[in-house]
Design a protein around this ligand. Sequence first.
Ligand code: TRP
Length: 353
Amino acid sequence: MSKPRILTGDTPTGKLHLGHYVGSIESRLRLQDKYDCYFLIANMHAFTTRADKPDEIRQSTIEIVKDWLACGIDPDRSTIVLQTEVPAIAELTWFLAMLLPFNRVLRNPTLKTEIEDKGLGDSYSFGFPMYAVGQCADILIFRPELVPVGEDQVAHIEPCREVARRFNQLYCGVDPHTEDGDYVAAGGLFPIPKAEVGRVGRLPGVDGKKMSKSLNNAIYLSDTAKQIKKKVGSIFTGRQTMDEPGDTTNLLFDYVRAFIHDESRVAELEKKYSEGDNIGDGHVKVEVAEAIEKIVGPIRDRRAEFDSPAGEEEIVEIIKAGTKRANLVAEATLYEAKKAMRLDFGGRSLEQR
Ligand code: TRP
């Protein structure tokens, strides 16, 4: 029996940060053996807000893959896919766009937050909201069961599930009362995929807002120990002295719980801090920074091995090889989808250079 599939991905808008790591990368590493994994570099989506920066998008594409490999994503076990070289995704996007009401696409809290955080105002491109439909196609073209993502992405998975049900009902004759888990058995083409939110669904940035490159509050997987220390040091709690009872629901303790893996130490820190038992913010920050460095240090070192023209060339080859494999799956899905839509006028085969 073949393994069930996973699809997830990242938009190349810069390097990966700790939010990506605890929200999604950790789950990918955990699931890499049990599932047939597809990891997508959503470079088309990068163009929706940065069409004027092709050089940056290309470099970010390389950097994201460096981050993945450094974290332990293994291109022999998992398939790394470049979105713009999978034409079936763009085609399926069109068909799915017809099955989603325009208002439904725009009523997406993640899109709204992005418009705000990136200061897009009301002059964003037509392609910007379109990416939300594209994301449905990214997922469905691989017919996965699971989509490991951070909490912010759940709002994108919901329309994907809706449009998958709709397609199956409309073109594959599946009864609308069918349970989500039974769609394929009932003759549907697409399984209804489930979001799998990581250990820490939402890790705030060091200023307490959503961790993101545009807000300048992220700790990167490529940061030095010194940068990590400085960023953790900037976390504001408002607490004055080390014998003042502290609030362990604050941002600093979100970091304690996210990164200090020794549970008894976490409990001890929480107790001392809340009782004002002679423990300063500075002390807690040192422990948090050390815990982060323990995760990031080895990633940063492995990542640096690709920081050369030869290393980047190797990355490009990995992208090409993965994308070739991915296209076999994507083309097969598109062929089935078109047949279901009575677009049964012959197929095609792709030739990739
Ligand atoms: N929108 C995701 C992000 O910015 C990236 C992405 C694109 C994605 N297509 C996807 C994630 C499909 C999961 C599944 O992080």
